[in-house]
Structures are given as C-alpha cells and as structure tokens.
Design a protein around this ligand. Structure first.
Ligand SMILES: Cc1ncc(COP(=O)(O)O)c(C=O)c1O
Length: 333
C-alpha cells in the first residue's frame, strides 16, 4: 500500500480487494468508451456496499472508545444504516437507527422491503421520524435511555461522512490504483456517486496524494454541484489534517448534478434507463437512489461527447442493491 494508514485503528468488515471488472458491452453501448467497474457493491458483509469501508475506521474508533452502542441516521432506505446494523451485529454492538421520512414515497415496498427489512433483521432498533425536529428529540431520548441503562454510546454522522470515515475511501482508492497499475490501465476519469460526500472525498484526496492526474467526477444524487463541492472541500481538508498531509487543491475534481432530477430518492427516466443499460449489457445491478443516478450522469456525459470515445473510465459501484427492491413496483412499468 502506497498510502500508510496504519496509525489508525481498523476492524475488518469487507472482502478486499473488491473486483475491478472490464465492461466491454457497456463501453460499446456508450460509443466506444473503455469502462471498468470497481465492484464495491460485492464487498461482503450485510449485502455489501461502500459504507463498510468507512465503518472499518469508524467502528474501530467506537470500540476503542469503549462503546457498546452505536447510533446513526438516514432515510428509511438508508444503505448506511443497514450496513451499520450488519457491522454492529458482526462486532457484538447494539445499534439504534434514527430514520427520517424525507423521501416523498410511501407504500409497502418502500416502507417495509429492501433496507427497511434488513435493518431489523440485523438486529438494529429502528426509530421512525417525520422531520429533523423529531430526529433531534428522538436522539436525545435514545441517548438518555441508553446512558441510564449503563451503555456507552458512539454516534456516527449521516452516511458515515466525517474525516475518519473518509479514510475508508483513501484506502479504497489506493487499492484501486494498485489494481489499475497491475493491469497497466491508466484511467482518464473516475465516476463516483455523491451523497454525503465522504466516499468521493476519500477518492479525491487519495488520487491527489498518490500524484495521479485522473479526473474525479462526483455524480451528485442529492445536493447541487456547488454544495457537493463545498462538502468535498471540507471533508478532504479535515481528512488531510488527520493524515498530516497538506490541504488538497482538488484541481482534478468536478461535481455534476445533471442526474439528480427532482430530488434525493426520487426516480427519473434517465436513472431507470441507466439501471437497465448496466443490467442488460453486463448483468450488473445498480440501485435507484445512488448508483443509478451516477450511471445516468455517466451515460449523459458519453452521449454529449464530454467523455470522448477511447477514454478510459472507472465507475465506482458503491452498492445499494436492497434499495432496488424498495422501488420494485416502478420496475414493472
Ligand atoms: C449505495 C450508495 N452509494 C453511494 C452513496 C454515497 O456515498 P457518500 O454519502 O459517501 O457520498 C451512498 C450513501 O449512502 C450509498 O448508500
């Protein structure tokens, strides 16, 4: 490993390295682009996904701090919540998920299937809230009850996105470039979904620390391009400080919000078209909330010629499979 993270405690949660798959039929459909997909969707525990990388650092710090209870947050169909629950099960920790109904979607599939079914299967206690005020109140009550019962709490932010969580994708990007170097592949761009931005922040920071000129494209799924860039700047700055590295320039980082549509978690036709394209050309399953929208961004960049034929693109598949089942009724149309 070129980047040394050995000073940071880490628990083992995933199967690393994840595969790096050549996708020639997808590349042909995109007009002659060379596409490789980094398969962090098949990282193992709890159906897999990007959050395991962050949780390896976040939960190690929690355990070192004496915590036996982990509290975190998200939307009903949070993949981060599901993987926190699975990782807590693996580590013998209590897990409390405080979830918000902030996606305008109801129905049996959305409210009970997909990640919602898995949170409790992995043993988490789920608290459902209608808005941020309810989240704040519920959090205070959960902390009070757990403390009174003698538990020690670690609170993990939405998406696991803080400086320590970012290190998960610093490690992942180091792993990715090791694979690319071994295969003799020099990528022109890395396409990464952006929600709370910890994932792309790790990719951007490591790409810069490794001295690579690869462009990092953050494909936004919830916030605007400007907001996402501000989040990336804050998180990369904090993570660089943790590593004792200089403040990153982010010169090669671009954020693109063309595929967000009406908002976080709200499906678009372009997203479904991209989900079907990956499935029908390569048998790769994307999700409607994150990777589907990031793929829609990639497809549109190829369609408009922003990605030139012959370019080499690595698409980071961050997981989210259970979310597909939460939206399954839409797939019938
Ligand atoms: C499947 C999936 N992809 C991408 C992301 C975005 O990662 P980040 O929040 O680090 O930007 C998430 C976050 O929840 C996710 O669950």
């Amino acid at each position: 490993m070129a980047l040394d993270l050995s000073a940071f405690a880490r628990v083992s949660l995933g199967h690393w390295p994840t595969p790096l798959d050549e996708c020639p039929r997808l590349g042909a459909a995109l007009g002659g682009v060379r596409v490789l997909v980094k398969r962090d969707d098949v990282s193992g525990l709890g159906v897999g996904g990007n959050k395991l990388r962050k949780l390896e650092f976040l939960l190690a710090a929690a355990v070192d701090g004496g915590a036996d209870t982990v509290i975190t947050f998200g939307a009903l169909q949070t993949n981060h919540g599901r993987l926190t629950a699975a990782a807590c099960a693996r580590l013998g920790l209590r897990c409390e998920l405080i979830l918000t109904r902030d996606v305008p979607r109801t129905g049996e599939a959305y409210e009970r299937s997909g990640n919602m079914a898995l949170h409790t299967l992995y043993g988490a206690t789920v608290h459902l809230c209608d808005d941020q005020r309810a989240v704040d109140e519920t959090y205070a009550q959960v902390v009070e009850r757990a403390t009174a019962a003698g538990h020690t709490i670690a609170t993990i932010p939405v998406g696991g996105s803080n400086a320590l969580g970012v290190l998960g994708y610093v490690a992942a990007t180091d792993e990715l470039f090791t694979q690319l170097d071994a295969a003799g592949v020099v990528p022109d761009r890395l396409v990464v979904p952006v929600g709370s931005a910890g994932t792309v922040a790790g990719v951007a920071l490591a790409t810069e620390l490794l001295g690579r000129s690869t462009r990092v494209v953050g494909a936004c799924v919830s916030h605007t391009a400007a907001e996402s860039l501000a989040d990336i700047r804050r998180l990369t700055g904090e993570a660089a400080a943790l590593l004792g590295a200089p403040e990153p320039t982010l010169a090669g980082v671009h954020t693109d919000d063309r595929a967000v549509g009406p908002g976080y978690g709200i499906p678009t036709d372009q997203m479904w078209a991209a989900v079907r394209l990956f499935a029908e050309t390569e048998g790769i399953t994307l999700d409607p909330v994150y990777t589907g929208k990031a793929a829609a961004c990639l497809v549109d960049q190829a369609r408009t010629g922003e990605i030139a034929p012959g370019e080499t693109v690595v698409f980071l598949h961050t997981g989210g499979l259970p979310g597909l089942f939460a939206y399954a009724p839409d797939l019938r149309t």
